[in-house]
Design a protein around this ligand. Structure first.
Ligand code: SF4
Length: 71
């Protein structure tokens, strides 16, 4: 993901296989891959209805929010 995308709340939109240095494995991931889908900061496994396409989710890590990234 070369071009960063953010939702209307300023949270980063991530694809399943994206990863960043703030990755932390989700508690229920048995053998977590280093990608957003297995990261505790993403919403991939939540019942969300956030309007994003399949394969995309929000990163809830505040350090990746638009305001933080653009400082
Ligand atoms: S969900 Fe966020 S914190 Fe986790 S790896 Fe992806 S971009 Fe990084």
């Amino acid at each position: 993901m070369d071009n960063l995308m953010f939702d209307e709340m300023g949270m980063m939109v991530v694809s399943e296989n994206h990863c960043c240095e703030h990755f932390e494995p989700n508690d229920d991931a048995l053998v977590p891959m280093r990608e957003c889908w297995c990261c505790k900061w993403s919403d991939f496994r939540a019942d969300k209805g956030n309007g994003l396409s399949d394969g995309y989710s929000i990163c809830n890590y505040i350090g990746n929010a638009k305001e933080a990234v653009n400082r």
